[in-house]
Design a protein around this ligand. Structure first.
Ligand SMILES: NC(=O)C1=CN([C@@H]2O[C@H](COP(=O)(O)OP(=O)(O)OC[C@H]3O[C@@H](n4cnc5c(N)ncnc54)[C@H](OP(=O)(O)O)[C@@H]3O)[C@@H](O)[C@H]2O)C=CC1
Ligand SMILES: O=CCS(=O)(=O)O
Length: 248
């Protein structure tokens, strides 16, 4: 069903993005992979090309860099566009608002909101012209609720959910589908982006508490695959997936 299509995955150097690259390559999807850590992308591309015979292009980029993302968009358009965007790159340097880590607030807004918009902007007009495409935005359980220290992070994810739902409505007439994926705790490098030592330790202790079983990146890759492979008349608008043990 997806064989021969092309997907652009941002944040493909680890976690959910990397797992999704593997999942889609296995289905014969050609890939454009983006992240800042070039060496990780190079190794992943080599592995997927050798294992699955798919074509993998790399666009090493900081998604919050607007001019760079515009150039990536032009390059993608020159190659004929992509069928799928997995808008996944994100960061989570959470802290109490009173700690006033303004640089980190700006970083989350720049990467998690502006980066998502820049990627949409890079591919949406092409999809609309071709009257076909699927944009999958990775927001979070924090798009629906919040918790202490996560004010700005949850704010960015609420924004992604709002952008996704607006885009879904606007894109109907262009035959473009939009899905917002809202994971709970997934075992990835994301907590390493927390610079506040006490909060980082608390988040990790909570995620990896003895006996607790949280989600794996493959679980989210499978959810993305499900959304992408529904019949053309179905839009999986939102998928909210959490570990059984996660109350909030
Ligand atoms: N793990 C979890 O519990 C949950 C995660 N999410 C969301 O899932 C998404 C993926 O995160 P996850 O896989 O968990 O975490 P990881 O930290 O493993 O992956 C984050 C990815 O985003 C990339 N990235 C971060 N900042 C930038 C940037 N400025 N420009 C380009 N790429 C960037 C990283 O690559 P590089 O550093 O090489 O640039 C990396 O590939 C995020 O949006 C996150 O908010 C949502 C809910 C739960
Ligand atoms: O986006 C993150 C979700 S959680 O780890 O706070 O549940």
């Amino acid at each position: 069903m997806l064989q021969g299509k092309t997907a652009w995955i941002t944040g493909a150097s680890s976690g959910i993005g990397e797992a999704t690259a593997r999942r889609l390559a296995k289905e014969g999807v050609n890939l454009v992979l983006t992240a800042r850590r070039e060496e990780k992308l190079v190794a992943l591309a080599a592995e997927l090309e050798a294992k699955y015979g798919v074509a993998v292009a790399l666009e090493v980029a900081d998604v919050s860099d607007r001019p760079v993302m515009e150039v990536v968009g032009e390059k993608i358009a020159e190659r004929g566009g992509v069928d799928i965007l997995i808008n996944n790159a994100g960061t989570m340097p959470i802290s109490p608002i009173l700690s006033g880590r303004v640089d980190e607030w700006e970083q989350m807004i720049d990467v998690n909101i502006k980066g998502v918009l820049y990627a949409i902007n890079a591919v949406y007009s092409g999809m609309a012209e071709r009257k076909s495409g699927h944009i999958v935005n990775i927001s979070s359980i924090a798009a629906r609720q919040t918790y202490q220290s996560a004010g700005v992070y949850a704010g960015t994810k609420h924004a992604v959910r709002a952008i996704s739902d607006t885009l879904r409505k606007e894109a109907i007439r262009f035959g473009v589908r939009v899905t917002d994926i809202q994971p709970g705790a997934v075992a990835t490098e994301l907590p390493d982006s927390i610079n506040h030592p006490k909060i980082r330790d608390a988040v990790k202790a909570n995620m990896y508490a003895e006996g607790s079983e949280i989600l794996q990146p493959d679980d989210i890759a499978n959810a993305i695959y499900y959304a992408l492979t529904q019949p053309a008349y179905i839009d999986v608008s939102e998928l909210h997936i959490r570990p059984v043990i996660q109350e909030d």
